[in-house]
Write a protein of this length. Structure first.
Length: 181
């Protein structure tokens, strides 16, 4: 299913099903060595996918969730191996009420990546998501155009100091202020 977030349209699957995650990789044409982020309905759902919240991540969560900041944290034991390689997982709470309601109805956590084929432009509308993935998706939840139109900032919180993995709407300076670095 494709759905709007605050950054881009995403395509999601059951974060607890290896088969659903494999189908997501196939639909997107995504390399298996790139993990699939998990979007959460709210911070209470972190316990479903994260083993522990690093101390430095707490201030970032308080400052930027919900919002366009994806944090890499230690992955909860028992999650499907194809969700991410290694011991870490990327998680985020989007600042979009439609997305959060959909995710809540799906159990609180959805494996989600941008609704486009790998290497192509991301979708910012439901029409673009449908054009990009067509028959690969079961449905598109149309929430109008997205707010940012830019992929989220990704910050690896498993290192000290945390390291920016992908630049996005939240600047390095703003992140440093939130963590006092």
């Amino acid at each position: 299913m494709a759905f709007p977030t605050d950054t881009l349209y995403g395509v999601g699957a059951d974060a607890f099903s290896a088969t659903a995650i494999a189908n997501l990789y196939r639909a997107k044409g995504r390399s298996a060595d790139k993990g699939i982020p998990v979007l959460l309905a709210d911070t209470a759902h972190l316990r479903l996918v994260v083993e522990e919240v690093p101390e430095g991540a707490r201030a970032l969560i308080a400052a930027y969730w919900p919002g366009p900041l994806t944090l890499i944290m230690p992955k909860k034991v028992g999650l499907p191996a194809n969700l991410s390689r290694g011991d870490n997982i990327a998680v985020r709470v989007p600042d979009n009420p439609i997305a959060r309601r959909f995710i809540a109805e799906a159990g609180g956590a959805v494996a989600t990546t941008s609704a486009n084929r790998s290497g192509e432009a991301p979708a910012c509308t439901a029409r673009e998501a449908l054009a990009a993935l067509g028959e690969e998706i079961s449905a598109v939840l149309d929430g109008g155009p997205v707010e940012h139109g830019l992929a989220s900032t990704i910050l690896d919180c498993t290192t000290l100091p945390p390291r920016i993995v992908r630049k996005g709407p939240i600047s390095a300076q703003a992140l440093a202020l939130a963590t006092n670095h």
